[in-house]
Design a protein around this ligand. Structure first.
Ligand SMILES: Nc1ncnc2c1ncn2[C@@H]1O[C@H](COP(=O)(O)OP(=O)(O)OP(=O)(O)O)[C@@H](O)[C@H]1O
Length: 657
């Protein structure tokens, strides 16, 4: 008996024992290599699916209750995008109609650029701007909030937390998507159940980035299955997968549809075998509906419009060829006309089963829908914040290189500057050197932090959009978690840098001066971090990394370093008020030379121009103890930039839709 057979038998036994004595999983059978593991995954899914058919006690997703089917209908849906300033608009969907009954696996097919993803986006509510027409859910105009509560959207690219293991991803999703009324034990059992049926149980401790394409796709589905959605939208779930992985995914979707879910997915060009798995197809060409109805009725329909599918030709291939215009544009128009652009329901399997809107309304009374009207997210904001912080900490631990790099860079730069400006702090003849050092420290804190955070949102944006749209958490909680997670490391790096540079450069050994110096450093770090996040929230990676350093130049100009604040032309004075570097530099100078500092040492040269710190302060026009004013200004800037950053992120998330 080969390994595969042993695996299948092991898992079948595990399933059997599950019925008798609760979930017991075969953990000893770990696949030996990638090929074995893939075969095994397939076997697991088939095995569980077969069990479901033969014995309803052993049905998969036993922890997920079957759903009441939901019927979706759309009428005269069109979608326009703006092509830019004075370039007009482009209509992508042209008054399409359609009906997607519940408990069905539905494929939206069509050539590339036909508008499949756009239709999926519009139906799921992901796209709202530029959409016209009506979408009905169970015979009533769609209420987007209630609708979103019963749906999930699985994007074409797998937007996953790649640093977490499969089971960690699942647990985080369960914590965010299942309310507090679901116990830990129940959550664990739901996670186990889903992972087992999807053939991921034996890979639960694998880091997500090491999963194969098919496994990632299944994990994307698994994550959204946790809160048992009634309607699932999947954008090209089979793209990039080999035929066996495609079959696995479609088998799984079919099984989910049988349990009462409406599964709508876009698909490029399925094989004849895969095509047969779908209950219904909806074919688009240039944003118009060429066919909608049962999969088996496609060939008779083509016959009826005098475009018979050639013998031995895959009907799916043939209809795509027609949709591409390979047999002439007039054929497309004929099919669109025959179909009434999606209005015709003649080619559904059993037309008698298709309920009219009034029948649907009767079947699903409004009261039921109103009762469910609550928040979009399943858990409280405090809980979301806790879970997101937990996830952030795991990610930070896994991505130890960056953490080590940040600590290392701070130590190395501090040591280098320390050697360069050794003992400059107490020496009267080296006051200008020390002033240069203070400006260099300012630059270090600003650049190192900002460049690090500019990439935070652009690299995470895909995941944020998916998770936020699928109601895992509110944007506020995500934003707060990002701000909090980084805080301890930022404080630590800043502290270590300050201690090294302060001691090596021989700054005054007074605790209050050290405290003032560290306060300014930390505020600069936090502001630079917020500016980096804001730039990242607004711009993409390329523009953000260009703009980050460029925007610091005016800040430097107005800091009062090269040109003192007194010598700034009157028409540029405003600049010094908005430059946080000015407050930073002023704060540093006050911490080191303000607060009535005593006369400096003068050991290196017989004449010290700046022996008296007050003289230096007056020359650079920073006299008067302004420290607290600088701190208030920096705190106000920090608050302002943080709030701006949140609104930029919010705007970005909304504008994508
Ligand atoms: N923001 C936009 N601006 C201009 N054109 C757009 C925009 N979004 C989509 N389109 C166009 O709309 C058409 C439909 O796009 P869509 O992504 O829905 O196609 P698709 O059928 O899913 O294609 P594929 O199978 O290649 O993913 C394409 O021609 C695309 O170029």
């Amino acid at each position: 008996m080969d390994i595969l057979q042993q695996e299948v038998r092991g898992i079948a036994l595990a399933n059997l024992s599950e019925v008798q004595s609760g979930p017991v999983y075969n953990q000893t059978t770990v696949p030996l290599n990638r090929k074995d593991s893939r075969n095994m995954d397939q076997a697991v899914i088939r095995n569980n699916t077969a069990n479901a058919v033969s014995n309803h006690e052993l049905r998969p997703f036993q922890n997920l209750p079957a759903r009441e089917p939901v019927d979706i209908q759309f009428k005269d849906v069109s979608y326009c995008v703006s092509l830019g300033f004075r370039k007009g608009q482009k209509e992508i969907l042209h008054n399409v109609n359609g009906k997607f009954p519940g408990s069905q696996l539905i494929a939206i097919m069509g050539p590339s650029g036909a508008g499949k993803s756009t239709l999926l986006d519009v139906l799921s509510g992901y796209r709202r701007t530029g959409v016209e027409g009506a979408v009905y859910v169970n015979g009533r105009i769609r209420n987007l909030n209630s609708f979103r509560r019963m749906t999930c959207y699985i994007t074409q690219d797998d937007r996953l937390q790649t640093l977490l293991t499969v089971v960690e991803n699942m647990r985080i999703a369960a914590d965010l998507k299942l309310g507090p009324e679901v116990s830990r034990h129940e959550k664990e059992s739901i996670v186990e159940d889903i992972l087992t049926v999807l053939g991921l149980y034996n890979h639960q401790f694998t880091i997500t980035k090491l999963l194969s394409g098919g496994q990632r796709k299944r994990l994307s589905i698994a994550l959204e299955l946790i809160n048992n959605p009634t309607i699932m939208f999947l954008d090209e779930p089979t793209t990039g997968l080999d035929s066996s992985s495609c079959n696995q995914v479609v088998d799984l979707l079919k099984q989910l549809a049988k349990q009462g879910r409406t599964i709508i997915c876009t698909i490029h060009q399925p094989s004849a075998k895969l095509f047969q798995e779908f209950d219904q197809v909806y074919v688009l060409s240039n944003g118009e509906c060429m066919y909608q109805g049962c999969t088996n009725s496609l060939v008779p329909f083509l016959q009826s419009v005098d475009m018979p599918c050639p013998v031995y030709h895959n009907p799916a291939d043939y209809v795509i060829e027609l949709a591409c215009g390979e047999y002439g544009e007039e054929r497309i128009q004929r099919m669109v006309m025959e179909m009434g652009n999606g209005e015709c329901t003649e080619w559904f399997t059993d037309k008698r089963k298709l309920l009219k809107p009034e029948q649907l309304r009767q079947k699903y009374p409004l009261k039921k829908i109103i009762e469910q009207n609550e928040d979009l997210t399943a858990t409280s904001q405090v809980h979301q914040l806790q879970v997101l912080i937990k996830r952030g900490i795991i990610k930070a631990k896994r991505d130890a290189t960056l953490t080590h790099l940040r600590i290392g860079v701070n130590i190395i730069i501090a040591a280098m500057l320390g050697f360069l400006f050794i003992d400059a702090g107490n020496e009267g003849s080296r006051v200008l050197d020390n002033y240069n050092l203070l400006f260099s420290i300012l630059m270090h804190h600003m650049m190192a932090t900002m460049m690090l955070t500019v990439l935070t949102f652009p690299t995470e944006m895909g995941v944020i959009l998916k998770e936020h749209f699928n109601r895992w958490y509110t944007l506020k909680c995500y934003y707060l978690s990002v701000s909090i997670i980084d805080l301890p490391l930022s404080v630590f790096c800043c502290l270590i840098f300050t201690i090294i540079i302060y001691l090596m450069s021989g700054q005054p050994m007074e605790w209050f001066r050290f405290g003032m110096f560290f306060t300014i450093s930390l505020l600069i770090v936090l502001i630079a971090q917020s500016i980096g996040l804001t730039i990242g929230a607004w711009f993409n990676v390329v523009n953000g990394t260009f703009l980050g350093p460029v925007l610091t130049i005016p800040m430097m100009m107005f800091a009062g370093f090269g040109v003192t604040l007194r010598d700034l032309p009157s028409y540029l004075k405003w600049g010094s008020h908005i430059s946080y570097l000015r407050y930073g530099l002023e704060g540093y100078v006050n911490a080191i030379y303000g607060e009535n500092r005593e006369t400096l040492d003068c050991e290196l040269k017989p004449y010290c121009h700046y022996r008296y710190p007050a003289k230096f302060l007056s020359e650079i026009s920073m006299e008067g103890d302004q420290f607290w004013k600088d701190v208030y200004a920096l705190c106000a800037t920090l608050l302002l930039v943080r709030v701006c950053c949140y609104f930029c992120l919010r705007w970005k998330v909304i504008s994508v839709r």
